[in-house]
Structure formats: structure tokens, C-alpha cells
Design a protein around this ligand. Structure first.
Ligand SMILES: *[C@@H]1O[C@H](CO)[C@@H](O)[C@H](O)[C@H]1NC(C)=O
Ligand SMILES: *[C@@H]1O[C@H](CO)[C@@H](O)[C@H](O)[C@H]1NC(C)=O
Ligand SMILES: *[C@@H]1O[C@H](CO)[C@@H](O)[C@H](O)[C@H]1NC(C)=O
Ligand SMILES: *[C@@H]1O[C@H](CO)[C@@H](O)[C@H](O)[C@H]1NC(C)=O
Ligand SMILES: *[C@@H]1O[C@H](CO)[C@@H](O)[C@H](O)[C@H]1NC(C)=O
Ligand SMILES: *[C@@H]1O[C@H](CO)[C@@H](O)[C@H](O)[C@H]1NC(C)=O
Ligand SMILES: *[C@@H]1O[C@H](CO)[C@@H](O)[C@H](O)[C@H]1NC(C)=O
Ligand SMILES: *[C@@H]1O[C@H](CO)[C@@H](O)[C@H](O)[C@H]1NC(C)=O
Ligand SMILES: CC(=O)N[C@H]1CO[C@H](CO)[C@@H](O)[C@@H]1O
Length: 495
């Protein structure tokens, strides 16, 4: 018995480490963490600093060891992958823009950031993640390095590529011009500049490929989140990323934009991108005061299926470290529940930014990077909703063909949007929490009359009417419903 258990655990572990390609990531859901802000270790030297104010732009003392100590908080919410902020050494602080607590102000990309712990601490965290059958995704910056010396007097010696010839000469970015976005420098031109690495230089390419190959192998990394991916020529990613590139694992790139026509071509060079067009469409559909444009969201779903190579591996999100938190622009609690249902029940990989489950509401940078420990990691209502959504999604993936069935829009109106994916019908609405005497009518669910459907969020039952219709009333406010045939739901996903 014991022997069998151990053998199976090893097999599972082996599978996880070797098969972390796009296909393996498709079924995952990701929790995004800023290492400095997620947790402080019980044995942390910074523990004496009781308060941490995100407005001070300074270190708050989070570490990899502390993430490991609090991993079950993430696991128990049902997440099957963890994305952590960059692990690379950063420039020394403080700068006129604060300390490099986020980790994106890279100096030597191939050296670990000792603010967050040692190589052994990082390995220990990753083992603990794998022991929980979760994947680890590491955030990485290769487009640029950071400097506080303006644009002309930069000492290149501390960088992995320690000579000026490895960088594009300074130019300000002309937005909308893709060549300029690839070779120009991010940042301002005085206090904090981001010298742009010439990723077309063969020495730079070979050096980065060799680094990422050995890094992924040594630390058993399952996936990469690629910072500023749109600022690098696409063919660089083909050789650096993905199963077929040097990294040999799944890559999800940061590509900002509202227009699927412009973002979709990046999937190919990159396995996956963070789905900014969906973010904007979800916000426009559900947030209050509005525009409550569900047509835009329905168009987005339709268009995405046509233009992306594979919508099922895109990273869908409602918040991140560069965006206002949802309650910062939409005060109504129920609007976020509707948005979350779309995130988990649509095609794609749900990505939840730490703190969403604690109802954090920081609006602009840096106030959207709150320390998590003042929340005491409590099991809030939002924590429980996410646990239900992850639990049901994980159940569907393990027991049905849900994952391989594309989502389709059954209907959209100014009141609601209804999607169906693999036998699950999700009815989301734009009402918010105020009770209204209106109903959502789904004309043809595809289910036979008299069939009992259960709402996953409330366990309420709905009986399918003649010709497969369903009617949902909002006498208790605009809560979304997720309907699934009762007889197929064996309730094993309830924990
Ligand atoms: C960058 O880090 C690597 C790995 O730790 C190290 O071998 C190399 O010397 C570092 N380069 C510089 C310029 O510090
Ligand atoms: C785009 O930017 C590049 C690089 O700066 C420049 O050479 C080119 O002329 C620009 N194209 C247009 C249409 O402005
Ligand atoms: C540089 O920082 C100083 C001090 O915070 C600020 O007054 C100045 O506007 C900054 N310059 C730029 C170009 O951002
Ligand atoms: C993304 O693009 C929008 C619109 O072009 C811009 O306002 C925003 O600052 C960008 N956000 C990020 C995180 O780059
Ligand atoms: C809703 O969004 C779509 C897509 O962006 C747009 O074409 C349409 O005009 C919008 N409708 C309203 C009422 O704003
Ligand atoms: C989206 O596609 C569905 C069919 O799959 C269609 O019924 C619906 O009208 C489309 N919606 C929009 C807004 O394009
Ligand atoms: C709800 O609306 C229906 C149809 O408009 C009406 O018959 C009914 O009286 C309303 N109920 C309440 C409680 O307002
Ligand atoms: C639930 O159990 C029934 C009877 O054992 C079985 O036929 C059905 O496939 C199961 N459904 C799922 C989704 O596992
Ligand atoms: C050193 C410093 O600037 N501390 C400030 C951090 O933020 C808090 C709350 O805004 C201020 O009270 C401190 O003065």
C-alpha cells in the first residue's frame, strides 16, 4: 500500500516536470503572486517592520520561503499553477521611482535576486509546488535591463551582456510603430531607463537561449511568463520559448492591446498571451457604471475563435500589477462575481492576481500591489467563490470533455450574456446587486424539457421548459448562474 502510493506520486511528479507544454497547461488555473507582497516568513528578518505601505514604494519583505509556508492557501482555493514575479537580480535601490520590489528592474538576468532568498529556497518552493501537483510559472524579463544613469552615461559592466554593442542605441518609443516598439527604450529618459537589449544579435540570442535552457532544467520550471513580449521581434520567441525552443516549456507573453487583430499574431511565436482584449471586453460588459456592453464581449468570443490559433491556452485575467483592481472601478460586489464566472467558464486559462480573493481595491500603481498579510489569509466569501469555480472547472476537466469543447455564445442582450461550453450553460448579467423584476430567457439550451439542472454556485435547481428553454429571474439581484445537469453531477468536486 505504502509502496504503491509512493510509486504513483513519483510518476505524477515525473509527468509534471517533463510535460509542461501548452497541452499540459490548458487544464490549469493560475494564481499570480508578487513575491515581495504575498507573504513574510515566520523567521523573516523584516518581521519587525509591522507595517508595509505600498505607497512608500519600498521593500515589504516577502520571500520565496514565505510563499512556500503559505502554499496551501493557494492550493486550497483549487489553483493548479503558481506564477511568481521575476527571480532575477535587480539594480540596487532606492531609485527616484522607489525600490525595485516588483523585480522587473533587471540587472543580471542570470543571477538570482538575493532579496527573495537563496537558490535552495527557490528550489524548495518549486518542489513544494510540485508536491501539490501544481505547476510553477516564472516571470522573466529579457527585452531590457534597467538603469538609473539616464540614456547616455550607462555603465554596462553589471549586466549579463556587459557591452554597449549588445543594446539598441537610445530612441524613444513611437507607439503604434512596431519597429520602434521593438528597438526603442521603455521608461523615462532620466530617472529610470530600460536599455533595450538587441535580441537580434546572435551573441545575445545564443547567450539567452543557453541561460534559459539551463535555468529551466536546474529549477524544474514548468512555464514562463514573458514580460514586455511585444517589445521583442516575434522570431526571437520562436527560438527562445515554447516546447520547441530553448526553454522547452510553455510560454505566456505580455501583449497589451484591445484589438484581437493585432494581438492574435503573437500566438505562434509564443504558445500563449495574456488576453488583454478579453480583459477590456469583460470590463466593458460587467463593470458599473458601464457601458454594460455584452455585445462587445460576444463579438470578442466569436472573433477570438476565428483569429487565435488556440483560445484554450490564452491567459484570461481581471487584474494584475499594472491594472486597477476590479473594485477600484466597479464598486458593486456582484459585478465581479459575474466577471469571475466568465473567466472560469469560458475557453482559456484563468489567471487570478493575489488579493482579488481578499477584495482588495487599490486603484492606481502602486496601490494595486498591497501586502497580503494584513488580510490574515482569511476564507472570505470571494475566496470561497473562487474555490467553487476552480473546483467545478477541475471536476469538469477530470470527468468530462468540457476542456476540448469550444465555448459558444447562446445569446447576448443589454441584460445578459449566455455561453455554453461542453454541457455547461453560464448565464451572466449586467444588473449588479440590486433586485430587479426582470428575467433572463435562454431559448434553446440544447437540453430536453423536464431535465433538472443545478446551479453550481447556489445548488438551486432549474427545470428545463418546453423546447429546451430556461428562465432565470433576478428577484434577489443579478447573481450569475452556472447550470449543469444534476444527473451528471456526481458531487465529488465538493470538498
Ligand atoms: C551574471 O550572473 C552569472 C550567474 O550568476 C555570473 O556568472 C556572471 O558573472 C554575472 N555577470 C556579471 C556581469 O555580474
Ligand atoms: C517606425 O520606426 C522606425 C524605427 O524608429 C523608423 O525607422 C520608421 O521610419 C518608422 N515608421 C514610420 C511609418 O514612422
Ligand atoms: C525624476 O525624478 C524626479 C524626482 O522624483 C522628478 O521630479 C522628475 O520629474 C523625474 N523625471 C522624469 C523624466 O520622470
Ligand atoms: C495598455 O494599452 C492601453 C491602451 O493602449 C494603455 O492605456 C495602457 O497603459 C497599457 N497598459 C499596459 C499595462 O501596458
Ligand atoms: C459594444 O462594443 C462593440 C465592440 O467593441 C462595438 O462595436 C459597439 O459599438 C459597442 N456598443 C455599444 C452600445 O457601445
Ligand atoms: C456570435 O456567434 C454566435 C454563433 O456562434 C451568434 O449566434 C452570435 O450572433 C454572434 N454574436 C456576435 C455579437 O457576433
Ligand atoms: C414583475 O413584472 C411582471 C411583468 O411585467 C408583472 O406582472 C409583475 O406584477 C411584476 N412583479 C412585481 C413584484 O413587481
Ligand atoms: C456520474 O455518474 C454516472 C453514474 O455512475 C455516470 O454515468 C456519469 O458519467 C458520471 N458523470 C460524470 C460527469 O462523471
Ligand atoms: C518613510 C515613509 O515615507 N513612510 C511613510 C509610509 O507611508 C505611510 C502611510 O502613507 C506614512 O505614514 C509614512 O510616513
Amino acid at each position: 500500500m505504502n509502496f504503491l502510493t509512493v510509486t504513483l506520486a513519483c510518476l505524477v511528479h515525473g509527468t509534471i516536470v517533463s510535460a509542461a507544454n501548452a497541452d499540459a497547461w490548458r487544464s490549469r488555473s493560475i494564481y499570480q503572486v508578487i513575491t515581495d507582497r504575498f507573504a513574510r516568513s515566520a523567521s523573516d528578518p523584516f518581521k519587525a517592520v509591522e507595517q508595509c505601505y505600498e505607497g512608500n514604494l519600498t521593500w515589504c519583505g516577502g520571500t520565496w520561503q514565505a510563499i512556500e509556508e503559505n502554499l496551501d492557501y493557494i492550493k486550497d482555493m483549487g489553483f493548479t499553477a503558481l506564477w511568481i514575479s521575476p527571480v532575477s537580480q535587480n539594480i540596487p535601490g532606492p531609485t527616484a521611482s522607489g525600490e525595485p520590489y516588483l523585480g522587473y528592474w533587471v540587472q543580471n538576468v542570470s543571477m538570482l535576486n538575493d532579496r527573495f532568498g537563496t537558490a535552495d529556497d527557490l528550489k524548495s518552493l518549486i518542489s513544494a509546488v510540485h508536491e501539490r501537483d501544481m505547476y510553477i510559472m516564472i516571470d522573466i524579463v529579457v527585452n531590457n535591463v534597467a538603469s538609473t544613469s539616464g540614456v547616455h552615461d550607462i555603465d554596462y559592466s553589471p549586466y549579463l551582456f556587459a557591452d554597449k554593442s549588445y543594446y539598441h542605441p537610445y530612441s524613444a518609443i513611437s507607439w503604434g510603430n512596431s519597429t520602434s516598439e521593438e528597438i526603442g527604450w521603455l521608461g523615462d529618459d532620466a530617472n529610470l531607463t530600460f536599455p533595450d537589449l538587441d535580441t537580434s544579435n546572435p551573441v545575445v540570442r545564443a547567450g539567452l537561449q543557453s541561460y534559459i535552457k539551463s535555468f529551466v532544467e536546474e529549477y524544474s520550471v514548468d512555464g514562463l511568463r514573458i514580460d514586455a513580449a511585444e517589445h521583442v521581434e516575434p522570431d526571437f520567441w520562436t527560438s527562445f520559448c515554447n516546447e520547441g525552443g530553448a526553454a522547452g516549456v510553455f510560454c505566456m507573453g505580455e501583449i497589451n492591446g484591445t484589438d484581437v487583430q493585432l494581438t492574435a499574431p503573437w500566438q505562434g511565436p509564443l504558445d500563449s498571451i495574456l488576453n488583454y482584449p478579453a480583459y477590456y471586453a469583460i470590463r466593458d460588459a460587467f463593470s458599473h457604471p458601464g457601458p454594460k456592453n455584452t455585445t462587445g464581449l460576444a463579438m470578442l468570443v466569436n472573433q477570438s475563435k476565428q483569429l487565435y490559433k488556440d483560445v484554450s491556452v490564452l491567459g484570461n485575467f481581471l487584474e494584475n500589477h499594472n491594472l486597477p483592481r476590479w473594485p477600484g472601478f466597479s464598486k458593486d460586489y456582484v459585478t465581479l462575481t459575474n466577471a469571475l464566472v466568465f473567466l472560469f467558464m469560458n475557453d482559456g486559462i484563468p489567471v487570478v492576481y493575489y488579493g482579488l480573493e481578499q477584495e482588495y481595491a487599490g486603484v492606481v500603481e502602486p496601490y494595486n500591489r498591497e501586502p497580503l498579510w494584513p488580510s490574515h489569509y482569511g476564507s472570505t466569501g470571494r475566496y470561497q467563490t473562487i474555490t467553487q469555480l476552480n473546483g467545478f472547472r477541475n471536476y469538469l476537466i477530470a470527468n468530462t470533455d468540457w476542456l476540448s469543447q469550444p465555448a459558444t455564445v447562446l445569446s447576448s442582450s443589454p441584460l445578459d450574456i449566455v455561453i455554453k461550453k461542453g454541457g455547461v450553460i453560464s448565464v451572466m448579467n449586467t444588473l449588479g446587486r440590486v433586485a430587479r423584476n426582470v428575467t433572463s430567457s435562454v431559448k434553446d439550451t440544447g437540453y430536453p424539457a423536464e431535465l433538472p439542472l443545478v446551479d453550481i454556485l447556489t445548488c438551486g435547481t432549474f427545470i428545463v421548459a418546453s423546447e429546451g428553454a430556461i428562465s432565470i429571474s433576478y428577484g434577489f439581484g443579478g447573481r450569475p448562474v452556472i447550470l449543469f445537469p444534476l444527473q451528471l453531477l456526481n458531487n465529488t468536486w465538493f470538498v
